[in-house]
Design a protein around this ligand. Structure first.
Ligand code: GDP
Length: 430
């Protein structure tokens, strides 16, 4: 990663999120000059373990944990200013020097209190299983041309007019939901007045800064949140997030040209998980699902919600390879499967008597899909100490080889534990 031919690299989740991108981005960020988040909001939750301290970052790229790495929040992110500064203050309290290393795009849209209110009061959003952090409503305002952007904070009178217009729309929505709650514009303005100076101090044209950095030879990591199957266009619509999580979204959301991207790394778990509602074709039965959930600690970093667990789905990852143009894969959590007698890989779906090798766009077809499995022997020994592919048990290697062949992308990294040094493919200091 980051050799002379690969200077701008995108890292995306290639399943339904929570693939362990946090750890991957963390170890790659050490080698980068810039790390940029390009979409999503404070609903992402990366957990990064450094020594004995565990950091959960919602909006700030985990690159912030490495001295000298510059971090930016791109225009494609919807930014929650309150939680941004809570996060900054926590980092500073834990001894991380943030000063002069964190930037936000002046074009990023803000998540304001009324977005959270609308999110919480909407029963439709409850059905989709949103996190109630106002991300969806903020993206709706963005596309509906009612959004408030960071740069609007530079113009107080324009800002008030924009907030009033958006609040009017939010009030109408609340009334339609049968909610008695209404937006208090005064409170919103007070909150913006409080955070405004701090936010404007780090606001700039992030796309331009990255362009300049790239021209001067910098290594740039564009970091996605959530996973490819949650992409608003390519995911399991409507059980998706509100943004483009895939690599195309990286160009848009960081403000760089698609032709500047040199490589796209897809992060996948050695099995599959998803949070909330929506189809999961390879979902395990209760007993085995619970066992993997406990072994893999599959509970949401942001919400604590238990994740649904399934076998590795090669149909899903093959699809992710195609739509992201993945140049390589990082397989995480291989160690979680260490104690199983046998493991399965889904190679295709049977739908109404037909075999589907490609991921369908129609959710109803997916719901009726029964997975076709290929079974492999489990390796039943610990992989946690492996640092080279040769250190892995032959059956674990056979499992990875089969995944590589089925999805059509080379495996570049394998993660075998929560610690930074538990990785194959990179020399990482503990
Ligand atoms: P992200 O949003 O994609 O970064 O995923 P999360 O941070 O929600 O989930 C990743 C979780 O898995 C964190 O608790 C990590 O410490 C943990 N993790 C990452 N890689 C590995 C691994 O290889 N093995 C194990 N056992 N845990 C891992």
């Amino acid at each position: 990663m980051f050799d002379s031919a690969k200077r701008t690299v995108v890292v995306v989740g290639a399943q339904w999120g929570d693939e362990g991108k946090g750890k991957l981005v963390d170890v790659l960020a050490e080698r980068a000059d810039w790390v940029v988040r390009y979409q999503g909001g404070a609903n992402a939750g990366h957990t990064v373990q450094i020594g004995d301290v565990s950091f959960v970052l919602h909006q700030i790229p985990s690159g912030i944990l490495h001295r000298g790495v510059r971090c930016a929040i791109g225009n494609g992110v919807v930014l929650d200013p309150e939680t941004l500064f809570t996060e900054v203050d926590e980092l500073v309290r834990d001894g991380v020097d943030v000063e002069g290393r964190l930037y936000v795009s002046d074009r990023a849209h803000l998540v304001l209190p009324y977005h959270k209110l609308v999110d919480k009061e909407s029963s439709a959003n409850k059905e989709i299983g949103t996190t109630g952090r106002g991300i969806g409503p903020a993206y709706e305002d963005k596309v509906g041309r009612r959004g408030v952007r960071v740069l609007d904070l530079r113009h107080p009178s324009r800002l008030r007019a924009l907030v009033e217009r958006a609040a009017e729309h939010a009030d109408a929505q609340l009334a339609r939901f049968g909610s008695a709650r209404r937006v208090d514009v005064g409170l919103v303005m007070d909150a913006l007045e409080r955070v405004g100076p701090r936010l404007l101090a780090i606001a700039e044209d992030v796309g331009l800064s990255i362009h300049r950095a790239r021209v001067s030879g910098a290594a740039i990591l564009l970091e996605g949140a959530q996973g490819s199957l949650l992409d608003v266009d390519h995911g399991t619509y409507p059980f998706v997030t509100s943004s483009n999580t895939t690599s195309g979204g990286a160009a848009i959301g960081a403000g760089v040209a698609p032709t500047t991207i040199d490589a796209v790394l897809g992060v996948v778990k050695a099995y599959t998980t998803r949070v909330g509602a929506g189809p999961l074709p390879t979902e395990l039965d209760e007993a085995l699902g619970e066992r993997i959930r406990r072994l893999g600690n599959e509970f949401g970093a942001t919400t604590g919600r238990p994740r649904r667990c399934g076998w590795f789905d090669a149909v899903v990852v093959r699809y992710a390879v195609r739509i992201n143009g993945l140049s390589g894969l990082a397989v995480t959590k291989l160690d979680v499967l260490d104690t199983l007698d046998r493991v399965a890989i889904c190679t295709g779906y049977e739908v109404d008597g037909d075999t589907l090798a490609d991921f369908p766009g129609d959710l109803e077809a997916l719901e009726r899909a029964s997975p076709r499995y290929e079974w492999l022997d489990g390796w039943r020994e610990s992989t946690a100490e492996a640092r080279r592919l040769e250190d892995l048990p032959p059956r674990a290697r056979a499992y990875l080889d089969r995944i590589e062949a089925l999805v059509g992308a080379p495996i570049e990294f394998v993660s075998v534990g929560t610690r930074r040094d538990q990785i194959i493919g990179l020399d990482v200091a503990v």
